[in-house]
Design a protein around this ligand. Structure first.
Ligand code: ADP
Ligand code: MG
Length: 277
């Protein structure tokens, strides 16, 4: 059963002329790892805001169509309830850190929902372990690296035990190594903990191997929505909506010129396997 079901969603921000989302249909099942990508301004953040109820509660506008998040309608459910099911991690972790220590920060969100102390301690311990933050639990979030800060922000959201994690360009301010470590952690949470992960990102090459769905948007519409292998088999290489990873370009060229490899490798490892296998 779908954990998120969006039908005919259209949205225009108050005071703006332009429709930002145009007839969006999207179903996401439990445990999926979904990337929403596309050029700046195509509506990715707006779509995420519709999934956690920030739209229409914080941002008003013309809203048509239906959104269901674990069978709740964000339009008539308070955002604090939706965010316990679909937690959002923002681009800049600084905006999500408040406390003097890593563990204090994680506990902060739990205090807000009024958990008892015993349950709070249990959840803080669990997420510190999940994201391997135990060694820095007493440190101030402000003295951590960008990658560590983003992990703390993710841990604070996970402590609320959402089924769905929404991340809006969580690695855009990070160096490639920290970005990889965040993405690998997300892939593990998805696979091992059955977390549904929905992320907007430009780093396709780091993500592609983990995705169950690649959604490409352009000017408020979904133009591709399929397994990345199927999208990359179809997408026009002259298409400039998104930068196509170099490996994918090479595979497409080889297939066209030589009918080889027969499979469609998405990573260098899969490519090597296709050569020797
Ligand atoms: N709060 C807002 N009020 C009015 N227009 C907005 C607001 N936020 C975003 N927009 C506009 O909506 C469009 C889509 O923005 P956004 O969803 O942020 O795109 P993306 O995340 O893909 O870059 C852009 O044209 C942007 O200028
Ligand atoms: Mg955005």
């Amino acid at each position: 059963m779908s954990i998120i079901e969006i039908r005919g969603l259209c949205f225009r921000y108050s005071g703006s002329e332009e429709m930002v989302l145009r007839n969006i249909d999207l179903s996401i099942d439990e445990g999926e790892f979904v990337l929403i990508t596309g050029p700046t301004g195509c509506g990715k953040s707006t779509l995420l805001r519709c999934m956690n109820g920030l739209i229409p509660h914080l941002y008003s506008g013309d809203y048509k169509g239906s959104v269901k998040v674990m069978n709740l309608n964000p339009v008539n459910t308070p955002p604090y309830i939706i965010s316990q099911h679909a937690g959002m991690v923002l681009q800049n972790p600084e905006n999500q850190l408040f406390s003097l220590s890593v563990e204090g920060d994680i506990a902060f969100a739990l205090e807000n929902i009024g958990l008892n102390r015993e349950e709070m301690v249990k959840r803080v311990e669990t997420v510190l372990k999940l994201l391997r933050l135990e060694e820095i639990r007493k440190r101030s979030p402000y003295e951590l690296s960008g990658g560590q800060k983003q992990k703390v922000a993710i841990a604070s959201i996970l402590a609320l035990q959402p089924k769905i994690l929404l991340l809006d360009e969580p690695t855009s301010s990070l160096d490639p190594r920290s970005a990889k470590s965040i993405i690998d952690a997300l892939a593990w949470l998805c696979k091992d903990k059955k977390l549904t992960v929905i992320i907007t990102e430009h780093r396709l090459d780091l993500l592609v191997q983990y995705l169950s769905k690649l959604v490409i948007m352009d000017s408020g519409k979904i133009v591709y929505n399929d397994h990345p292998r199927n999208v990359f088999e179809k997408i026009s290489l002259e298409d400039t909506i998104i930068p196509i990873p170099k490996l994918i370009q090479l595979v497409r060229l080889l297939k066209k010129e030589f009918g080889f490899p027969q499979s469609f490798p998405l990573t260098v490892e899969e490519f090597v396997d296709s050569l020797i296998g």
